[in-house]
Design a binder for this molecule. Structure first.
Ligand code: TRP
Length: 369
């Protein structure tokens, strides 16, 4: 990508994302302090990902909070395209969905789009993506969703429930609309062209308005859903967008399953985590120790610091201490990385245990054998 340029679509994220520009380009609303206050008050609790702007943008979030204040129901929906192992970037909207369930007592639906990844990825068979869907489901269940209020949907398994809704949606989206939104061309397979109707169908799986926490790259699908909603006499889905987790190497794009050194996977061993962070995490430190001690590091571009801020250090006081020490030069890059490695391995040890336990509980979330 030429300097300053970036692309964000459901199938490609490239370049260093300028989130202010992206808000304008997509036509979403920034989560300003007033909106944050509104969410936090309704939830009765703050969330560090909200406070630190990891969730930075929305569509119609205010409407959802107003519904809640009038004791009217809404539900939450998010999903995953099973194209490989789950990495920590995938967990961000799921963690937020769990928080929404805890704070608002809402039902949560999780869609695994094995059809989509079969359509969009050259190297994957349908058997591959169907298998990966079940593996990815373990990471979702490991986060502790209430089985009585949570349902996992796998497209190829649950299509009978989705198809009547998808058909209603598909009839109202024409080829020019999808082409304009996704940039499809004559060589695009027709599975891809229809697919957006399947992802949209989940918005109407319950007869109540939906709120979708999602990586901002998924916004284009729901722009189409929002356009057709009035034609179906249905509410427009409300969205709350998170920033993409940057890749370990800190260059543009996002953490990606298909680039194993860009990502920390939920199944990585402590040794993997240590090696990847020490070897690949882009540092905002100075080239030599003397200079670093004198001028300090730059936490804004330092990936280890950014992962602590976005995910692994929810405690503001601790994070601020790390930032100040690093920026002043008291803390060296190796020391900062050591903190991240410890926090990631603590997190993953607990997650991996919960993930293994989840194998025996998938049926409670509606998955067949
Ligand atoms: N298309 C998404 C992906 O590739 C998966 C997905 C389906 C999704 N429904 C969603 C993501 C709703 C966010 C919200 O990962």
């Amino acid at each position: 990508m030429p300097n300053g340029e970036f692309v964000v679509t459901p199938w490609q994220v490239d370049g260093v994302i300028d989130y202010d520009k992206l808000i304008k380009r997509f036509g979403t609303q920034r989560i300003d302090p007033a909106m944050r206050k509104k969410i936090v008050e309704a939830a009765g609790q703050d969330h560090f990902m909200l406070r630190r702007g990891v969730f930075f943008s929305h569509r119609d979030m205010g409407g959802i909070i107003d519904l809640h204040k009038k004791s009217k129901p809404f539900f939450v929906y998010t999903g995953r395209g099973p194209s490989g192992a789950t990495h920590i970037g995938h967990l961000v909207p799921w963690i937020f969905a769990k928080w929404l369930q805890d704070r608002f007592g809402v039902n949560v639906y999780f869609q695994l789009t094995d059809d989509e990844k079969f359509f969009s990825k050259k190297g994957l068979s349908l058997d591959d993506t169907m298998g990966l869907a079940r593996e990815n489901a373990l990471d979702f269940v490991a986060l502790g969703f209430d089985p009585a209020k949570t349902k996992i949907v796998i497209d190829t398994q649950d299509i009978a429930r989705l198809y009547p809704i998808a058909a209603q949606i598909a009839k109202r989206i024409n080829f020019s609309n999808t082409k304009a939104v996704f940039g499809f061309g004559g060589e695009t397979n027709i599975g891809m062209i229809f697919y957006t109707a399947i992802q949209s169908a989940m918005c109407y799986i319950e007869d109540a308005p939906v709120l979708i926490p999602l990586g901002v790259d998924q916004d284009p699908h729901f722009r189409l859903t929002r356009d057709v909603a009035p034609l179906l006499k249905k509410p427009k889905p409300a969205l709350i967008h998170n920033m993409m987790m940057p890749p370990l190497h800190g260059g543009g794009g996002k953490m990606s399953s298909s680039e194993s050194n860009s990502a920390i996977f939920t199944t990585d061993s402590p040794g993997d985590v240590k090696r990847k962070i020490n070897k690949h995490a882009f540092s905002g430190g100075r080239p030599d120790i003397d200079e670093h001690r004198r001028l300090g590091g730059n936490p804004d571009i330092d990936i280890a610091y950014q992962y602590l801020r976005m995910f692994f250090e929810p405690d503001d006081a601790k994070l601020e201490e790390i930032r100040a020490d690093y920026a002043s030069g008291r803390m060296l890059t190796g020391e900062l990385k050591a903190i991240l490695i410890e926090r990631v391995n603590e997190y993953l040890a607990a997650h991996q245990e919960a993930r293994e336990r989840a194998r025996d509980h998938l049926d409670e979330y509606g998955l067949g054998p």
